[in-house]
Ligand binder design. Structure first.
Ligand SMILES: Nc1ncnc2c1ncn2[C@@H]1O[C@H](COP(=O)(O)OP(=O)(O)OP(=O)(O)O)[C@@H](O)[C@H]1O
Ligand SMILES: [Mg+2]
Length: 469
């Protein structure tokens, strides 16, 4: 990201000094403006943007120190570099105390000046970059970017709006790809902590031995490889939010340490003795069945209760009905733009295919399917043939049912199985209820009833006269 640097403002009542500073700086490529008094500088600061002010401590009218105080109260972010006539430690301290970012005693070597200016330029660039990143994140996590009009999704947006500004801990549950990370980000960026850091940690991606030092930091020499002290991510998140993703994968010993941290906000770095304290909001998520993990002794119940102040459960995509199409349109627009393809929508057959699939990978799977379809598509509408063969995929999944034993309660596994059988029958029958019912050897009425119970929706435009109720 290249960003233009605004000019440096030089304030000195000695003309020769002004000229030599101007030359030194512009030779290095900086834009420079210079004035001879604090009064003139303040006037200019009202009107124009600068990234740094260099001022002499002794000026004709208002002194450099008074000027510094005024700048600090009006533009607290603007760094001021003070030039003093002679270096006495007392003066240096005074300048820094008054808010100068640095001071230079006269006479100084050009490199000294350029070095200090370079540091300020770097700081300015980082600040700008940070602002740009935050603006992008705020944009990304706007509530209307969470697509969905089913009652559950509307409630979800409402809940985020209500809970975000509080410091309440939130536990987000839901299958893989249902949008847990999206919700966590939205919670942070709609809270009063949005200007502080948002730190994400994936507890499953970091080896257990490293996770503790990642979270809470370590002291120099705490373990082989700890060559210097490192602050923890919780310190980075101070004043902001930490998102602990895949929390159910955290080891039991670390769960105990996290519990202590949640109880009073204190922690010690690995290999350290000093008790540290931060103010961090915690949001956690998992796609695992956390109640089961507790029952099996893999997750501490007391930790669960600490995290579970507000619980958000994201429904699987197959239970969101027409939202599938809304999301598909949303991703189509996005990928059409990034891939620069003029594809406008979906054919009725493609819509049917999307609605009938059971989406085990949820929204993430849908997003990938749309991206792939857009790459393959040669017409101006997504055709059913540009979508994967879900039928074959669901049969592959059925073959894997033996592996399901012990992963789900029987009722749930049966419902999933029933859903995939019915969906396959519907696909084979070209979405005719009568034909699908025949294939399944049940009555049309019974099929309708089961579809309702399992939240299987039939695309509106497939309901032909024969099937209309
Ligand atoms: N309601 C939604 N509206 C728009 N985009 C969504 C929605 N839900 C999810 N997505 C998108 O789908 C993708 C997957 O979502 P996300 O990463 O939040 O899932 P997750 O629940 O954290 O999955 P996992 O458990 O695998 O980590 C992301 O690109 C996300 O932006
Ligand atoms: Mg995730």
């Amino acid at each position: 990201m290249s960003m233009l640097l605004p000019p440096v403002l030089v304030v000195d009542d000695e003309k020769n000094m002004r000229l030599s500073l101007e030359k030194m700086l512009s030779d290095e490529g900086y834009a420079v403006r210079s004035v001879e008094s604090a009064e003139a500088a303040l006037e200019l600061l009202e009107r124009e943007e600068f990234f740094l002010v260099i001022t002499d401590a002794r000026l004709g009218g208002m002194s450099g120190y008074e000027f510094l105080a005024k700048v600090k109260s009006h533009w607290p972010q603007l760094p001021v570099l003070m030039i003093t006539a002679y270096a006495t430690p007392k003066q240096a301290v005074e300048a820094i105390k008054a808010g100068a970012i640095d001071y230079l005693p006269k006479p100084f070597a050009p490199e000294e000046l350029l070095h200090a200016v370079g540091r300020c330029a770097e700081r300015h660039r980082l600040l700008q970059e940070n602002v740009a990143l935050k603006t992008r994140a705020l944009e990304l996590y706007r509530l209307d970017q969470i697509i969905g009009e089913t009652p559950k999704m509307r409630e979800l947006r409402q809940l985020i709006q209500t809970v975000a500004p509080t410091d309440a801990r939130v536990l987000i549950l839901g299958e893989s790809g249902t949008g847990k990370e999206l919700v966590a980000g939205a919670l942070h960026y709609h809270s009063n902590r949005r200007h502080a850091n948002y730190v994400k940690i994936n507890c499953a991606a970091i080896p257990d031995t490293l996770l503790e030092s990642e979270l809470f930091g370590h002291e120099k020499g705490a373990f082989t490889g700890a060559v210097k002290q490192k602050p923890g991510r919780v310190e980075e998140a101070d004043g902001g939010t930490i998102f602990l993703d895949e929390i159910a994968d955290m080891s039991k010993p670390l769960q105990a340490k996290l519990l202590r941290f949640l109880e009073d906000g204190t922690f010690t770095r690995v290999g350290g003795t000093q008790e540290l304290r931060v103010n961090v909001r915690v949001i956690a998520a998992t796609n695992r069945d956390i109640i089961r993990a507790i029952q099996e002794g893999q997750f501490r119940e007391d930790l669960f209760h600490r995290l579970n102040v507000v619980q958000i459960h994201l429904p699987p995509l197959r239970e969101r009905g027409q939202d599938i199409l809304l999301l598909a349109e949303h991703f189509l627009k996005f990928y059409a733009e990034t891939l620069r393809k003029r594809v406008k929508g979906f054919t009725p057959a493609a819509k049917q295919k999307l609605l009938a699939h059971t989406w085990p990978g949820n929204v993430r799977e849908l997003r990938n399917v749309i991206e792939r379809a857009l790459i393959l598509e040669t017409t101006d509408q997504i055709q059913a043939s540009s979508l994967p063969d879900f039928h074959i995929e669901s049969r592959l999944r059925q073959a894997a049912h033996e592996g399901l034993v012990g992963t789900k309660p029987l009722e749930e596994a049966l419902a999933d199985f029933e859903r995939s059988l019915i969906t396959s029958a519907l696909e084979q029958a070209g979405y005719s209820l009568t034909k699908a019912a025949e294939l399944l050897k049940i009555s049309r009425h019974a099929l309708r009833y089961r579809m309702q119970r399992l939240n299987i929706t039939l695309p509106v435009d497939t309901t032909d006269a024969e099937d209309a109720d």
